[in-house]
Design a binder for this molecule. Structure first.
Ligand code: H2B
Length: 95
């Protein structure tokens, strides 16, 4: 399958209002999700795991108790692509 191409910083900034909570910098998208409990955070991560598998695109994330810190980029092209936007949308839906 052909790999997507990195989006320009200007294109990402234009799309960002459609992705509440996400910020952009240095070729990455970032959002911190906070939940009422560890179980809620883990349920979110489980939902997102299935979405990530469906997309064949996976988040870089860390979980500390009820917080999930997410950074998205497309590793093999070294920037943000449509796949990251799709995964960010899926994460907002899951939260
Ligand atoms: N996820 C992310 N974030 N970046 C990638 O480049 C990537 C991925 N590559 N998930 C996928 C898997 C690739 O390894 C498979 C073979 O398509």
């Amino acid at each position: 399958m052909p790999r997507p191409t990195p989006l320009s910083a200007a294109a990402i900034e234009q799309i960002l209002p459609l992705l509440p909570g996400w910020t952009h910098g240095e070729g990455r998208l970032h959002r911190t999700f906070e939940f009422p409990s560890f179980v809620d955070a883990f349920a979110f991560m489980t939902k997102v795991a299935f979405a990530a598998e469906r997309l064949d695109h996976h988040p870089n994330w860390t979980n500390v108790w009820a917080k999930v810190d997410v950074t998205l980029w497309t590793h093999d092209v070294g920037g943000v692509t449509e796949l990251d936007l799709e995964l960010a949308k899926a994460m907002n839906r899951a939260a």
